[in-house]
Design a protein around this ligand. Structure first.
Ligand SMILES: C[S@@+](CC[C@H](N)C(=O)[O-])C[C@H]1O[C@@H](n2cnc3c(N)ncnc32)[C@H](O)[C@@H]1O
Length: 356
């Protein structure tokens, strides 16, 4: 049968498929580099110019033979530069994306925290049969840590600036009560609690694992104006807050409509809701301009839509399902007014500020 097929097309399509296998394997190599501190080590070594595999082995104390193979793979993947005399360079751009978790908004290494284990993969397959998805909690600690490290750098380094751009800083500086629903480990909220000691901050998420990560970070930083509660958005107490945040989580909720109603009821008079949602248009053809679109659909099938389908009668939105028109409609139905969209320049997300 293969003989009847166009040989060039067959070759091109096979290459496309194998490139995804290469992506999976290179992802594992990036995970190892992140986990073993190799990107930080290469960043330090590069300050003195190109380095050899032996110098990397000496500085990390790791096995030279495996490191030399890993380095060649990194060079083959275009992640480091290799010269003909077998020396390597890891420049500032590479360090910003792969080494500098604390100071770089484009740090991506945390997204390679580790793929799903075999039990999660089996449960994902089961969900196609049963129609019942997995919650974030059911995906375990690696997923919670991965989520916090993936969204963390931008939340920590960008959130205060974005709050300034939408005019919320004076309000928060004056001292208000802020809740975040679907907060996960609450990386951005913890940063705000440190910067605005006269305000009080409350993070809510149904994942016990994510909440434990958040609580431990709060205690490490000795913050007294921030607390976490294991709860669904619909459990928010009424008439308690001046601001309610929802970052990258409404599309993960089975019922974002009732979550928004609860958020509206939780706000005091004059309160506002501030939302970060995926940048999507609601049209596949338009979204297809995004070169990473297939990855976002993969995130959906493996995480966001799973969570959104973890209860019966869900809206089942998923990663790309909460586009501006849909969110505006949900906000208005929940009783919000004066919805303003804000583009901070984040390539994957848009912000929305809604009044009461
Ligand atoms: C993609 S994560 C985002 C976490 C965090 N906001 C961030 O930006 O890193 C989505 C979160 O929504 C939470 N979630 C799912 N369903 C929820 C619900 N019904 N109410 C509140 N949170 C929910 C999950 O537990 C998960 O922590």
């Amino acid at each position: 049968m293969a003989a009847e097929l166009d040989a060039d097309e067959l070759k091109r399509f096979s290459l496309r498929v194998w490139q995804y296998k290469m992506g999976e394997v290179v992802s594992l190599m990036i995970h190892l580099g992140d986990r073993l501190g190799l990107y930080q080590a290469m960043s330090s070594l590069s300050a003195d110019g190109p380095f050899s595999s032996q110098e990397l082995a000496d500085s990390t104390g790791l096995n030279h033979r495996l490191l030399s193979e890993w380095l060649l793979g990194q060079a083959a993947a275009g992640l480091i530069d290799r010269s003909a005399d077998n020396r390597y360079e890891f420049g500032q751009v590479q360090a910003a994306v792969l080494a500098d978790e604390q100071q770089s908004i484009v740090f991506a290494g945390g997204a390679f925290e580790g793929g799903p284990g075999p039990e999660t993969v089996a449960a994902l397959a089961d969900s196609f049969v049963t129609g019942r998805g997995l919650t974030y909690e059911e995906k375990g600690e690696t997923a919670a840590v991965g989520q916090a490290r993936t969204s963390g750098p931008r939340q920590r380094l960008e959130l205060e600036g974005v709050l300034g751009e939408v005019g919320l800083t004076p309000k928060i500086a004056a001292g208000v009560s802020v809740a975040e629903i679907g907060c996960g480990a609450g990386v951005g909220l913890i940063e705000l609690a440190g910067s605005f000691p006269s305000s009080v901050f409350a993070g809510y998420d149904p994942s016990a694992t994510a909440i434990a990560l958040g609580r431990s970070a709060v205690s490490d930083r000795g913050l007294t104006n921030m607390q976490f509660t294991e709860a669904f958005a619909s459990d928010l107490p009424a008439n308690q807050f001046d601001l309610v945040f929802a970052f990258d989580c409404l599309h993960d909720m089975p019922r974002p409509d009732t979550a928004l109603e609860a958020a509206r009821a939780a706000l005091r008079p004059g309160g506002q809701m501030f939302i970060k949602e995926m940048r999507s248009s609601g049209r596949f053809e338009t979204d297809a301009r995004n070169p990473l679109l297939a990855m976002f659909y993969g995130f959906s099938v493996s995480s966001c839509l799973q969570s959104a389908m973890s209860e019966p009668d869900s809206l089942a939105l998923g990663t790309l399902g909460l586009h501006p028109d849909r969110l505006n409609e949900l906000l208005h139905n929940a009783g919000f007014a004066d919805v303003r969209m804000h583009d901070s320049g984040d390539p994957a997300h848009l912000y929305y500020l809604a009044g009461t």
